[in-house]
Design a protein around this ligand. Structure first.
Ligand code: SAH
Length: 221
């Protein structure tokens, strides 16, 4: 019995997290600050206990309400891309808080983080989790992120954790000059897109194929 308990604990230990970081490195993540932040945030604390032992596999996992926690690789990749913006981002918006894992990683790396979620019940759970973890530079809002967050705009970085069919104008408008948007776009076939804003306008790069839950526009619940 004791052996079993220890195994259970081992599955969520710092060493397990370190192994996840090694796999991210092998998968091509190079930004040491991102790897360090992901080594520090206990991913298992963001999922239900029943699946906590799977928290460090490189896979998306269910978090209720038909939503998922994004796989570690894509979280690392998107944040790494965000940090490569022309203007080093200080104020960042995340669209699609979900369980709050990516928001917690962002809060280790950026001065001011805003994250919006459209499902109220999910957000309430995340709010208490974040409160327990004493993350003070993260603000969570219950709103439709396809309109961005006008009151706090502009943002040096915007990172979107759900895929719209096309990039919402509001997110482009709320980028600061030198700012960068990292967003999955598409329906069945999705691409990860990076948009940079400078004085002349916007430039876009396609990064790689991805798979996200859809960005639902026009309503909160
Ligand atoms: N950031 C999370 C991933 C959550 S999955 C992580 O760290 O793993 C994406 C989330 O986007 C879901 O919780 C979903 O409810 C939310 N979402 C979808 N459409 C949205 C919208 N228009 N505004 C805000 N959140 C939205």
């Amino acid at each position: 019995m004791i052996g079993r308990l220890e195994t259970g604990k081992g599955m969520t230990s710092e060493r397990t997290r370190q192994r996840m970081v090694e796999r991210l490195r092998q998968a091509g993540i190079q930004d040491e600050a991102v790897l360090k932040a992901m080594a520090a945030i206990p991913r298992h604390s963001f999922v239900d206990e029943a699946i906590a032992s799977r928290a460090y596999e490189d896979t998306a996992l269910p978090i209720g309400h038909g939503q998922t926690i994004s796989a570690p690789y894509i979280v690392a990749r998107m944040i790494e891309l965000l940090r490569l913006a022309k203007k080093t981002p200080e104020k960042v918006l995340e669209v699609g808080t979900g369980c709050g894992y990516q928001a917690a990683v962002l809060s280790k790396l950026f001065k001011e983080v805003y994250s919006v979620e459209r499902i109220g019940q999910l957000l309430e759970k995340t709010r208490s989790r974040v409160w327990t973890m004493r993350i003070h530079n993260l603000r969570l809002m219950h709103t439709d992120g396809s309109y961005g967050l006008v009151d706090a705009a502009p943002f040096d970085g915007i990172i979107v954790a759900a895929a719209p069919e096309s990039i919402p104008d509001a997110l482009l408008e709320q980028l600061s000059i030198g700012g960068r948007l990292v967003i999955p776009v598409g329906g069945k076939k999705q691409q990860l897109i990076v948009v940079d804003r400078d004085e002349q306008g916007f430039t876009q790069q396609i990064i790689e194929a991805v798979k996200f839950v859809p960005l639902r526009e026009g309503s909160v619940q």
